[in-house]
Design a protein around this ligand. Structure first.
Ligand code: PLP
Length: 378
């Protein structure tokens, strides 16, 4: 067995060591962390729904009716009215015939890719795709082709030369960069080469587009362009879980073949009830999206005046490029001394030399919070 303690020490000296903090309150702008109050810019609770009274009440009512545990996998006896109703509502929300719940986004991605592809097929991945998409590709045993970030022309060339079934997978909004994939161009490349496009819209749904319809709503695309849409429920929806939406045949295939769907316990029905409540708020509370846009604009204009290294993002993910892991960590520690919590994102989550502060906003942030962040960054 290799020397684990030495490996850990090497990680520490390379500024790559990660550790957990202890939170003693719900997700909100100001957090109780390790006994201190910190202003947080790290959460993916973009719309501020993780502790919304209506979502909490739905969870409590759901627990009264269904108890806590679902008791079994969906295909055994764990599939409740609550799960089913949420699936129908998610299908309607995404404008697709059907939707299927998964216990997490990670499991949805590995389940979909490994169910649809096998040996002899090819999976195409943007270089900056989320780890769960990459892992799904590996698990499928299909040949892996990674294309340069957002480069649809390069993808089209790779597609022409590929064999077997061709599945192109991409983040909708890139989780560490905040930019939006060129989905119309990717869809054209897919259609021209008999490929399928799958979009993971973990950071777009709820945040972008009419009623929070995500990247596809923002760009005016439909199921013909993007046959497979994956979304997570633990970010803008403020709850937990994930779903895939698509045609009758896609969803039925996943029910029969996606191993991370079949061989795992269904998420608690009360969580599905909570998500039904949050989905209503996601759709109706346009002010939360407007609020986010106002916060992003305030931050970007202040950051420009300070000549900070902003990246090209209109979303609530606003990274500041630091370069080295050491620099990113030093910035994050300095901010924390001033009572502000921002995550330093380091390799391998981002490429070597691309370490950064990942600043995220929530509809619960006040203008004054942004100003405090800008002061500290200055
Ligand atoms: C968070 C995230 C996931 C994983 O979702 P979980 O529900 O947290 O497992 C998948 N894809 C992207 C792009 C993500 O940001």
């Amino acid at each position: 067995m290799k020397d684990l303690a030495a490996e850990l020490e090497r990680r520490r000296t390379a500024h790559l060591y990660r550790s957990r903090r202890q939170l003693s309150c719900a997700q909100t702008a100001e957090l109780q962390v390790d006994g201190r109050t910190l202003l947080s810019f790290c959460s993916n609770d973009y719309l501020g729904l993780a502790a919304h009274p209506k979502v909490i009440a739905a969870l409590q009512k759901g627990a009264d009716r269904y108890g806590v545990g679902s008791g079994a996998a969906h295909l055994v006896i764990g599939h409740s009215n609550a799960h089913h109703a949420l699936e129908e509502e998610l299908a309607e929300f995404t404008g697709r015939p059907r939707a299927l719940l998964f216990s997490t986004g990670y499991m949805a991605n590995i389940g979909v890719i490994s169910a649809l592809l096998g040996r002899g097929d090819t999976v195409f991945q943007d270089r900056l795709n989320h780890a769960s998409l990459i892992d799904g590709g590996i698990l499928s045993r299909a040949r892996l082709k990674r294309y340069p970030h957002a480069d649809a022309a390069h993808l089209a060339d790779q597609l022409k030369a590929a064999q077997g079934e061709k599945l192109i997978v991409t983040d909708g909004v890139f989780s560490m960069d905040g930019d939006i994939a060129p989905l119309a161009e990717l869809a054209n490349a897919a259609k021209a080469n008999d490929g399928w496009l799958m979009v993971d819209d973990a950071h777009g749904l709820g945040v972008l587009g009419k009623e929070g319809g995500g990247c596809l709503a923002h760009l005016g695309l439909n199921q013909d362009d993007v046959p497979i849409l994956m979304g997570t429920l633990g970010k803008a929806f403020g709850t937990f879980g994930a779903f895939v939406a698509g045609s009758e045949a896609v969803i039925e295939t996943l029910i029969q073949q996606a191993r991370s769907y079949i061989y795992t316990t269904a998420l608690p029905p009360a969580v599905a009830e909570a998500t039904r409540a949050s989905l209503k708020l996601v759709r109706s509370d346009a002010w939360r999206r407007e609020r986010l846009q106002a916060l992003v604009a305030r931050f970007r204009s202040g950051a420009k005046q300070l000549e900070l290294p902003l990246m090209d993002s209109i979303t609530p993910i606003q990274p500041l490029l630091a370069g080295s892991a050491e620099q990113a960590l030093a910035w994050s520690q300095k901010l924390e001394k001033q009572g502000i919590l921002v995550s330093a994102i380091r390799p391998p989550t981002v490429p070597e030399g691309g370490a950064r502060l990942r600043i995220t906003f929530s509809a619960l942030h006040q203008d004054e919070h942004i100003d405090r962040l800008l002061d500290a960054l200055a």
